[in-house]
Unconditional design. Structure first.
Length: 275
């Protein structure tokens, strides 16, 4: 059996810098990954099958629409594998759950079948976040997701992830942008955790205002995260998951416990940022 993890993707900053004539938005984003997420298992089989388990399994499609099966199809037809997805991340949450699963499937099936990964342009057919999810290292993602550059080393930090159990579709959020052409990220420049948070605070998530208009619960999640123990809170991706950054795991755990106690129905996790 081959096992691959699909960690949660966090857009620490996400700037929308333009719109192509084909309708794709241009992005400039600092992406990192939290040490929590889904787990995929792969076993040899004559047919290609997918089983979904775990606490977030409900509502995950198991047919041809699933990105895992679409990823498998990029290797060519008539290949078999028994795939099990243990689902822990919420759906339509702005933390790359489906894209991370597809990327993990590409890694796992490449190992299982002894085949190279599909061409980069084929990966984009699965979604703009799939290429960046192939590696859990911090990266600068630009273009429509096809240009990836290793980010400078991040300081040790820990994330508190909060999802108010609201699914936010990406299309309406992008459609709600007031401006399509915005300034890119500043050049990365930080020293230590305080310097990193100070730099991040000058950046943005341009999708946060239209996402908050679509789902006011995002504002409630950001309010819940804000506190002395969480020096920076922001929405990830197109929402609705929000994150806070803490310097230590103890601070992140305490913030997560505080929020979970205040609003028991929300999805709340704390985890280190992978370096």
């Amino acid at each position: 059996m081959i096992v691959e993890r699909a960690p949660a993707k966090i857009n620490l900053a996400l700037h929308v810098t333009g719109l192509r004539t084909d309708g794709y938005h241009l992005l400039d984003s600092l992406v990192a990954f939290a040490d929590c997420g889904d787990v995929l298992r792969f076993e040899p089989a004559q047919r290609l099958t997918l089983e979904v388990t775990g606490p977030m399994a409900k509502g995950v499609p198991t047919g041809a629409a699933n990105l895992i099966l679409r990823a498998a199809g990029l290797f060519g037809p008539d290949k078999g594998a028994r795939i099990t997805l243990e689902k822990h991340l919420p759906h339509a949450a702005g933390i790359g759950g489906g894209s991370a699963d597809a990327a993990a499937a590409l890694r796992g099936l490449s190992r299982l079948w002894g085949l190279p990964l599909p061409a980069p342009e084929a990966l984009l057919s699965l979604g703009a976040d799939v290429p960046v999810c192939l590696s859990p290292a911090p990266q600068i993602m630009s273009g429509i997701g096809e240009r990836l550059t290793p980010a400078p080393a991040l300081p040790a930090c820990h994330a508190v992830l909060v999802n108010p159990r609201v699914a936010v579709p990406t299309g309406p959020v992008f459609a709600g942008l007031a401006r399509k052409e915005n300034a890119p990220l500043e050049a990365p420049d930080w020293q230590g955790f305080t310097g990193f948070v100070t730099w991040l605070a000058r950046q943005r998530n341009d999708l946060e205002p239209p996402a908050r208009a679509f789902a006011p619960a995002i504002g409630q999640a950001l309010d819940a995260l804000t506190g002395e123990d969480v020096p920076l809170a922001r929405m990830s991706g197109s929402g609705a998951t929000c994150f806070g950054l803490c310097e230590t795991q103890a601070e992140a755990d305490a913030a997560a416990d505080r929020i979970a106690a205040q609003i028991p129905g929300w999805w709340v996790r704390s985890a280190p940022i992978l370096s």
